[in-house]
Design a protein around this ligand. Structure first.
Ligand SMILES: NC(=O)c1ccc[n+]([C@@H]2O[C@H](COP(=O)([O-])OP(=O)(O)OC[C@H]3O[C@@H](n4cnc5c(N)ncnc54)[C@H](O)[C@@H]3O)[C@@H](O)[C@H]2O)c1
Length: 365
């Protein structure tokens, strides 16, 4: 095993392939990279599953440094052509099937996209960087999840050396892809870096995930379904802080290193839902706690992990990153965003957003 190596200096990548950049975190990453790196060129490759929404990137549409390509990370020929045309020196890989409940319903799609898709992408990078003689100066950055570590008891935190113990088809597929990325590093000398992050929240998140789903249902006076007794614990991180961490790791992360990214911010699901009820009811001028009666405890998710919690001290010690907002600030801003962007929620829930690509992109040269 090679020990992680510090870069000689902050890297400045010129031509970056971002995968999954029309998704929730990916769209924030694209925006962050464009904002922070004037000379960067980004190709954003996304197949636009139900979770991909190009209207998430409306504000960078006119930016000539950003090119959107609709395509699948499992398409080796497409990847080879893109590497040839754009001579990428870095890959920031976020494309994935990402929802645990869907992975329980349809595990194969997760194994295909998350494992085979990652392997196809690694292979395209290896082929191109080897042919161009630039393997050493390139970087493959793989974005992963804390769910690969399994479930914690009442105390303890996941560190970068916690053994992998994934339990859902989603986390098993992400764990496998992490292993494949490390295999390309150790076997072929590909410079790689991996980060494993806790639950993200913020604007533009598909409303199947807990926080936007609850906000929407509270606003509309619908039932608030909570798995089991609501005592499962998750660590929550503001998506823009995650995007900032990804930028730092891309440019200064040690080659071969792994970074846990988290908010030191644990919440039981039921307490988080109470907090959201408080915030949304107050914003809408309703009586305090009025929406509590909407809570419904439903049959627990199969194999539901009890607790995730992240020790992010390695990232802070080595690269100086830490979250920029408190959970109170981040959550209040998030509630405001969903309340002010009801049309976005409406577009997403009605399926209207899926017409955005045809309407805005297909007639361009
Ligand atoms: N959301 C979280 O809390 C969280 C936490 C830690 C890690 N992650 C990881 O971060 C990444 C992004 O997560 P997210 O929440 O933004 O997910 P998301 O589901 O919102 O977005 C995923 C994007 O990938 C695209 N995609 C899916 N399959 C593809 C394929 N075969 N080819 C090309 N594009 C494809 C989708 O169209 C979508 O735009 C994932 O790798 C996920 O595992 C997410």
């Amino acid at each position: 095993m090679t020990a992680p190596q510090a870069p000689h200096q902050t890297r400045t990548f010129q031509s970056v392939l971002v995968t999954g950049g029309a998704g929730f975190i990916g769209s924030h990453v694209v925006r962050t990279l464009l904002r922070n790196h004037e000379g960067i060129r980004i190709v954003n490759l996304d197949v636009l599953t139900y979770a991909g929404n190009l209207s998430n990137l409306r504000d960078v549409e006119g930016d000539a440094r950003h090119t959107f390509v609709k395509g699948d990370i499992q398409d080796g020929a497409l990847l080879a052509g893109l590497f040839e045309e754009h001579a990428f020196d870095a890959v920031v890989h976020l494309a994935a099937e990402s929802h645990v409940d869907r992975s329980i319903e349809n595990p194969l799609a997760f194994l295909e996209t998350n494992i085979l898709g990652t392997a196809t992408l690694l292979n395209a990078a290896k082929t191109s960087w080897t042919a161009r003689g630039c393997m050493e100066t390139s970087l493959f950055y793989h974005i992963s999840t804390d769910e690969v570590y399994g479930s914690l008891g009442e105390d303890g935190l996941f560190t970068e050396t916690t053994p992998y113990d994934p339990r859902s088809p989603y986390s098993a597929s992400k764990a496998s892809s992490d292993h494949v990325v490390r295999a390309y590093h150790h076997t072929y000398g590909m410079p790689v870096v991996i980060s494993n992050c806790s639950n993200n929240y913020g604007s533009h998140q598909f409303p199947e995930k807990l926080i936007p789903l609850m906000i929407r249902n509270i606003v509309e006076g619908r039932e608030l379904p909570i798995y089991g007794e609501g005592v499962n614990v998750r660590d929550w991180l503001w998506v823009e802080d995650h995007a900032a961490a990804i930028d730092v790791i891309l440019n200064r992360g040690w080659v071969g290193d792994t970074y846990n990214v988290g908010g030191l911010n644990e919440w039981r699901n039921i307490d988080l839902v109470h907090k959201l009820i408080e915030l949304v009811d107050a914003k809408l001028g309703r009586e305090h706690g009025q929406s509590k009666s909407l809570i419904r405890f439903v049959k627990d998710r199969a194999g539901h992990d009890m607790r995730y919690a992240i020790d992010a001290s390695h990232l802070e010690a080595r690269l100086g990153w830490k979250p920029s907002v408190t959970f109170e600030e981040g959550l209040a801003g998030t509630v405001d965003w969903y309340l002010e962007n009801q049309d976005w929620l409406e577009e997403v829930t009605s399926g209207e957003y899926q017409k955005y690509y045809e309407a805005h992109y297909t007639n361009r040269g």
